[in-house]
Write a protein that binds this ligand. Sequence first.
Ligand SMILES: [Zn+2]
Ligand SMILES: [Zn+2]
Ligand SMILES: [Zn+2]
Length: 172
Amino acid sequence: MHDAAPIQAFPDHAHDHASCVAEALATAERICNERGVRLTALRRRVLELVWNSHQPVGAYDLLGELARGGRRAAPPTVYRALQFLLDQGLVHRIESRNAFIGCAHPEDRHVVEIMLCSQCGRAAELPDDRIASAVRAAAKRLGFEVQRQTIEVTGLCAECRTAPAGAAAERS
Ligand SMILES: [Zn+2]
Ligand SMILES: [Zn+2]
Ligand SMILES: [Zn+2]
């Protein structure tokens, strides 16, 4: 992972989210091109919907959103689109919620460590793979090979920690 990589953290509630979405879609198009895989219209639309906010979105919600947008897609088609996005590292699955969030630095293959804010419901990545490395090393000493690990931490984002009570109702 190079230093210049943008790191997804909890942005201000007032940030310009449209530019997050625009950047995510532009990055997705670029890396799919580089990898020689196709970002079809449906895959792009699903990615856009996952990026609708910084809150994890479930597959059922995605299906509903697609139907509302007049693009009714069969669930298996949507699951395949999601699987494509997962395989390309464009989205991450939040295991504990069975939901998805967009990745802001999909060009770098990385261990996924998720912070979940229990107040505003947003998710962000913890840009630090030392936990994952420590688990892998400790497991290896026991002769265990890690295939998949889920690191999800629940807490309060910086903004919610300092927000006055009641402000949490305002969701981004
Ligand atoms: Zn944003
Ligand atoms: Zn990521
Ligand atoms: Zn929060």
